[in-house]
Structures are given as C-alpha cells and as structure tokens.
Ligand binder design. Structure first.
Ligand code: SF4
Length: 117
C-alpha cells in the first residue's frame, strides 16, 4: 500500500510518498530526517495538536483560544472539539491555565493560550 502526504513539519512542504514493504515503512520525497519520521507516523498513527476555542462567560470576549499540551490521535480530534464546544469557562484565566486535564484519557491537557481578566 502506498500513500501520499504533504509534510507539515516545516514550510518547505515536501511531497512524501510512503509505502509499507516487508514490515518496513519507506518514505521518499523528504528532504530531511524529520520528514521521514513524520511520514512514518502519518502512515501508521497520525497525530495532531488540538487547537480550538471554548465559550467564556464574559462581557468583552466570547471565546477563549485553547491548545493541547501534546499531540493527540488525529481520528479523535473531531469528537474532542465537539466536547470542548459544550464547555463554558469563567475568568479570570491566565495563559497556560489547564482548562481540561487529561482530556478523554489521551494524556493531553487542554490549556488556555490567552489571559482573560
Ligand atoms: S521533509 Fe524536512 S524539509 Fe521537507 S517539509 Fe518535512 S521537515 Fe521540511
């Protein structure tokens, strides 16, 4: 099986071709080792940082931007974003405050990326 990806590790955006052969994952089209690792991971278990917003109970701002503290399996992102959209937080919140600890047992926390008074 062969799959094609665009490497998203840096702005060069190399076109990767990844194939499984004899229990090995072969990556071509990469210009560096980071692209090889990205291609192998994307082929076997794609991961992404989760970035979204949650509702904030405030007068001036209605959404608080948040991010995960580590990458999460890509196939879980949609459900987790839906879960976070149901959440309402109250200020004050400092940048880096944990909004959800260990979301859905992924081992990742969801933290604020902005300070709200
Ligand atoms: S393979 Fe290397 S150079 Fe190419 S996009 Fe990925 S990180 Fe950048």
């Amino acid at each position: 099986m062969t799959k094609e990806f665009t490497c998203i590790v840096c702005p060069v955006s190399c076109s990767l071709k990844v194939e499984a052969e004899n229990n090995e994952i072969l990556v071509t089209g990469n210009q560096c080792k980071r692209g090889m690792i990205f291609g192998q991971n994307e082929f076997t278990h794609p991961m992404r940082m989760l970035t979204t917003t949650v509702k904030i109970d405030g007068k001036n701002l209605h959404r608080l931007p948040v991010i995960s503290t580590k990458e999460i399996p890509k196939d879980k992102l949609k459900d987790l974003v839906k879960e976070l959209y149901k959440l309402t937080v109250k200020g004050p919140i400092k940048r880096g405050d944990v909004i959800v600890k260990n979301i859905s047992n992924t081992g990742a926390d969801i933290i604020a990326t902005r300070t709200i008074q």
